[in-house]
Design a protein around this ligand. Structure first.
Ligand code: DON
Length: 309
């Protein structure tokens, strides 16, 4: 990346660091409390100009809900959109990510979309494999391929912590089992979901996943597509409508690019045909999104003209 562009990224990071003080590290899962609330890191992986990282980009963190994009892709590869969307909807929920209310009252017990917890657990129940370990390795293998990082693996401490505190997710899963949305073993679906949330990455990994999606499923430096671009189109559209939970509308207006957040403070964003972006800022707002991370993306979008509309 050009020196001037890297300096611009550094300026954006420095100017938005103050917002880290306006959020709080997630504490409902004990392991997440250990994150540094003041950290802020950014990686941009651009198609034409290459990769650049600024700030605390060596910070490791877990994918949390960002994994919901990749697990949806694997379920779509396994079964195709028709079968997947028979079990999970495509509409924004307007509710917190772990809400249970609309599961009973709306949409014939179908979770509203694959980016809320209920939807992601239903998606996890559809991923093919002989056992949980094999299913986990299929998703993790795809992430390793997208990032070129063979070291990507599970944070055992976060996984244990997710399992120990995951009763709301168990309630969602057992409700879906009772209504037939989940057809396979419910404990296995939950176990896979907890593992996927606990995959450890850096913001450069998020940027490379974003670049892979920005390239419609083509690896940098290769001419051949590895997945059907129609599946990427589905992922990016759902990221726009539901990727930032009940802040997706505001984010779409101010930033205007597909993005997915996680409670660890990571955000993975995609500018189709141009770049992938990874941000980490563990101090989050009451909706579960990184406060400074959103500001960084807004500033980036304005500075480089990334808004899609
Ligand atoms: O409690 C859970 O299900 C989480 N480990 C995943 C949540 C997540 O990242 C949601 N929010 N932004």
């Amino acid at each position: 990346m050009r020196q001037a562009d890297k300096q611009t990224l550094q300026r954006i990071l420095d100017e938005n660091r103050k917002y880290t003080a306006m959020g709080k590290v997630a504490d409902y899962i004990p392991e997440l409390r250990r994150a540094n609330p003041a950290a802020l890191g950014l990686t941009v992986a651009a198609k034409d100009t290459g990769i650049a990282s600024v700030g605390d980009c060596d910070t490791t963190f877990t994918l949390q809900s960002i994994s919901k994009v990749i697990s949806l892709l694997v379920a779509l590869l396994d079964h195709g959109p028709e079968k997947v969307f028979a079990k999970v909807g495509m509409e924004p929920s307007g509710d917190p990510f772990n809400s249970i209310i609309k599961l009973e009252t709306m949409n014939h017990h179908k979770p509203l979309n694959p980016m809320i917890n209920a939807g992601a657990i239903a998606v996890a129940s559809m991923i093919s494999g002989r056992n949980v370990e094999e299913r986990f390795q299929r998703v993790c293998g795809l992430i390793r391929m997208m990032t070129g990082n063979n070291g990507i693996s599970l944070s055992e401490q976060t996984y244990q912590s997710e399992k120990a505190t995951g009763d709301r997710n168990r309630a969602l899963a057992y409700f879906m089992k009772s209504t037939g949305i989940i057809e396979s073993d419910v404990e296995e679906a939950l176990d896979l979901y907890f593992r996927l949330c606990s995959i450890e990455v850096r913001c450069s990994d998020l940027a490379k996943i974003g670049l892979y999606l920005a390239n419609w499923g083509r690896m940098e430096g290769s001419d051949s597509l590895q997945i059907d671009p129609c599946l990427v189109q589905i992922l990016l559209t759902i990221m726009v409508t539901s990727g930032m939970y009940n802040a997706s509308g505001e984010f779409a207006i101010h930033v205007g690019i597909p993005a997915k957040s996680g409670v660890s403070g990571g955000i993975m964003a995609v500018v189709p045909n141009r770049m992938g972006i990874g941000v980490i800022g563990p101090a989050i707002d009451d909706k579960g999104n990184s406060v400074a991370g959103i500001r960084v993306l807004e500033d980036l979008s304005k500075t480089f003209g990334l808004h899609l509309f």
